[in-house]
Design a protein around this ligand. Structure first.
Ligand code: SAM
Length: 232
């Protein structure tokens, strides 16, 4: 299937958001990290500036910074309007009191991504690749993180896709972290979470659901961690 920018709603979070979503410690940040479905998040830009090792992959990286920026401009007002319509599904705070404030935060993060993307692509830090098949060697990374794709898009992606995608992330990394566990536009855990955990556990992988300090989608305060080394 051809990946079309017109069907994508690019929306990227900041380095601080990533630290909160994935419970990243200083030790984690020192590992070689794959951000799968990194989109227009500024995690890679900040990691690189801090001298850390990171590669982000996403089908959106086949487009230019200008094309992605244009799509962000087109879709941002729709997202902010959607946040107003579904105000109670989100956790508003002093730091982010309104949908407009959230829009500003996300635009700042995406601006950082857009500034870094052209040079980062030349350096091979942003690669065009999509689940469930990644162009990396077995155990190429110590940690793979993925946010707001798996479980989020339960309505669009099958359980089989989720299982194949998690297996692929476990092939390329020693540990996988996925956030959040909610189906998009709900406050409910995705119905795929338990079957995915059951299958991984049956295969002998160590799996944990860990609470996060980060919560913007109400109820979105859990992280799935899976370790490649099998139990026993
Ligand atoms: C909502 S964005 C999340 C971006 C970032 N992880 C964050 O949380 O700020 C979801 C991203 O998933 C990407 N995506 C869609 N299908 C994908 C696939 N099969 N494999 C990897 N990424 C995919 C989209 O292009 C989009 O950039």
């Amino acid at each position: 299937m051809v990946f079309q920018l017109a069907q994508v709603v690019p929306w990227g979070r900041s380095f601080a958001d990533y630290v909160g979503m994935f419970g990243l410690t200083d030790e984690d940040l020192g590992r070689s990290v794959l951000d799968c479905a990194g989109g227009p998040a500024s995690f890679n830009a900040t990691m690189h500036r801090q001298g850390q090792r990171v590669i982000s992959c996403d089908p959106i990286y086949q487009f230019s910074a200008e094309e992605i920026a244009q799509r962000i401009d087109e879709t941002c007002p729709t997202i902010v309007a959607g946040l107003h319509e579904n105000h109670d599904w989100f956790v508003w705070s002093e730091a982010i009191p309104t949908p407009e404030a959230l829009g500003e935060c996300r635009l700042a993060a995406m601006g950082e991504f857009l500034a870094d993307f052209p040079q980062g692509a030349i350096e091979g830090r942003y690669l065009v690749a999509e689940l469930p098949s990644l162009p990396f060697a077995d155990r190429a990374f110590e940690l793979a993180i993925s946010s707001h794709l798996l479980f989020t898009y339960t309505a669009q992606l099958s359980l089989e896709f989720h299982q194949a995608a998690i297996a692929e992330l476990l092939r390329v990394a020693d540990e996988v972290r996925i956030f959040p566990l909610l189906t998009n536009f709900t406050t409910e855990r995705s119905p795929y979470v338990q079957p995915a955990i059951d299958a991984l556990t049956a295969q002998g992988f160590r799996v944990e659901i860990v609470p996060t300090v980060y919560e913007f989608q109400r109820g979105g305060n859990e992280l799935l961690r899976v370790w490649r080394d099998r139990l026993g």
